[in-house]
Design a protein around this ligand. Structure first.
Ligand SMILES: C[S@@+](CC[C@H](N)C(=O)[O-])C[C@H]1O[C@@H](n2cnc3c(N)ncnc32)[C@H](O)[C@@H]1O
Ligand code: SF4
Ligand code: SF4
Length: 502
């Protein structure tokens, strides 16, 4: 089966230089040449494969409270159960509790393939708790892949122990390779039993990160590098970071937007540091993609997230609900294997159909002047198909179509306007906020939509479309683009009527 990883092509082995075509970003390009052992590691990992994230789930367990550095954007003390952002958790777990939770979730959500430890602090600043969890899971649930997300400071000394577990993937957050920029992001690190401040601390951190990255690559671990895009601080620098980590052998780069709100109590939040706009983020991801595989579907999950990316079923599996549950994991593994086989069959059939029937946009003979890119927002609850009511969508996947290609570029979160509460206290309806969040999109594809949002979308210059319900997303996007071409709507981008939004 051919795979799409991260919505773009990996046409050479990652060791051999990654994405072959400059600026590649096509969902239609395939991973034909990826070596089998790499394909085996990414095909069912929802974060490493854009395609897989429509079908497979992940979970995080919050066993790692402490951190050995301070980032200006992180405050793990703030918790809101409705909030989905990194570092946030509802309950800290012991390793035993975490193992119990993972096995219960695995038995109930068989499409869950990956368990990550991503905080709320740094897993490698809590090595006993992290490795105890991994040791038990490697033994008791060998069909679950294990992952960590680390700042990398303690990585070199722990890399060998890490590799003893069922680990194929590691995420490292690298926001800079220049200590002067690092000094603006990290006020201090904790190193050899003392705090090291400013540039000096950043310099040590960067060295450790680069050393740890090399050690992981040498051991055959796939490394995803997370970078937080902080406008005015490291935004101009991240292309260089991308090149540097690519040169060392990192497999993916995940440039994520800074989340900074004053009420989180972070330095950046309090100082009014803004995050990037959708356009700024996409521009940077595109600029980095010439030389690197980019992850564009990261949902910046909580440190206790459970379920498909974009959903959080953590509330169903709190310790008070699962403590008494007995899991027959041998039986669960059989069921899990069946479910995984069914997903693989679905993916293979989808690929087959795509190979046979995908509308080749390049064959449409759309005149060049009419081949401008068009953004479309998709309401989906998973499976890679258009299967969600507009009013039920908590997020929209954003695809870009042009005359040659359809590609996934991002997702945008929205408040659920069908929640009964139609205003957000600032006088603006949630529906209006949703429409603002779709700024730049010209079409919304969903399974159904009510009269009121239909009218308001049209008024905002966004075409609602419910005609492609239950169709594969990329097929539908291509078909709508073709229709737009036939109706002469590709001549010129219409004036946007939406209000500005970040
Ligand atoms: C909470 S951290 C935990 C793992 C580890 N300590 C690390 O930093 O990689 C997980 C990811 O969330 C990111 N993160 C934390 N707070 C953030 C924020 N306010 N905005 C954007 N990303 C954030 C971190 O940079 C990291 O990539
Ligand atoms: S390294 Fe991770 S946990 Fe530590 S302060 Fe930074 S974001 Fe927070
Ligand atoms: S934070 Fe991003 S990389 Fe981590 S599990 Fe969520 S989607 Fe995957």
């Amino acid at each position: 089966m051919e795979l799409t990883v991260l919505g773009q092509s990996q046409t050479t082995a990652p060791e051999a230089g990654g994405c072959a075509s400059s600026g590649c970003g096509s969902n239609d390009d395939q991973l034909n040449h990826l070596p089998e052992h790499i394909r085996a590691k990414v095909h069912n990992h929802p974060c490493y494969s854009e395609e897989a994230h429509h079908h497979y789930a992940r979970m995080h367990v919050a066993v790692a409270p402490a951190c050995n550095i301070q980032c200006h954007y992180c405050n793990r003390k703030y918790d809101c159960s409705n909030e989905s952002r990194p570092g946030v958790v509802s309950e800290l777990l012991t390793p035993d509790q975490a193992v119990k939770k993972v096995m219960t979730v695995a038995a109930n959500i068989p499409q869950m393939t990956v368990l990550g430890i991503a905080g709320p602090g740094d897993p490698l600043a809590n090595p006993e708790r992290t490795f105890d969890t991994f040791r038990q899971l490697t033994e008791k649930a060998p069909d679950i892949k294990l992952c960590v997300s680390t700042n990398g400071l303690a990585l070199p000394e722990l890399v060998d122990e890490l590799c003893q577990h069922n680990i194929d993937h590691v995420t490292m957050t690298i926001n800079c390779v220049d200590p002067d920029i690092g000094a603006q992001i990290y006020p201090w690190i904790f190193w050899k039993n003392r705090r090291v401040y400013g540039r000096k601390g950043a310099e040590i951190l960067i060295k450790q990160q680069q050393k740890g990255l090399q050690m992981l690559v040498d051991r055959g671990i796939l490394v995803k590098v997370n970078s937080v895009m902080i406008p005015g601080v490291n935004d101009k620098h991240l292309e260089e970071v991308s090149k540097a980590v690519k040169a060392k052998g990192a497999f993916l780069h995940n440039v994520m937007p800074l989340i900074a709100e004053a009420e989180h109590g972070t330095f950046y939040g309090v100082m009014g540091q803004r995050g990037p706009t959708h356009d700024e983020l996409q521009e940077l991801q595109d600029a980095c993609s010439g030389d690197m595989n980019m992850m564009r579907h990261c949902r910046q999950c909580r440190a206790d997230a459970v379920g498909m990316l974009g959903e959080d079923r953590g509330d169903e599996f709190t310790m008070d609900k699962i403590e008494a549950v007995d899991v027959d994991y041998a039986a669960a593994m059989v069921k899990r294997a069946e479910v995984h086989a069914a997903i693989e069959a679905t993916l293979a059939a989808k690929q087959q159909k795509k190979n046979e029937t995908f509308i080749s946009l390049s064959s449409l003979s759309i005149p060049k002047k009419e081949s401008r890119p068009v953004l479309m927002a998709i309401a989906t609850s998973g499976g890679g198909i258009i299967n969600q009511h507009f009013g039920h969508a908590r997020e929209f996947l954003i695809y870009e179509a042009n005359a040659h290609d359809v590609r996934f570029i991002s997702h945008r979160k929205t408040d659920l306007y069908c929640s009964g509460d139609d205003t957000c206290g600032d006088g603006e309806s949630v529906l209006q906020k949703t429409i603002n969040a779709l700024k730049g999109c010209e079409v919304v594809l969903c399974s159904k939509i009510g009269y009121e949002p239909w009218g308001m979308l049209e008024e905002a210059g966004i075409m609602p479309n419910g005609e492609h319900a239950m169709e594969a997303i990329e097929d539908a996007v291509a078909a709508v683009y073709k229709e737009m071409g036939e109706k002469g709507l590709l001549d010129k981008k219409p004036e946007t009527k939406q209000r500005a939004t970040a």
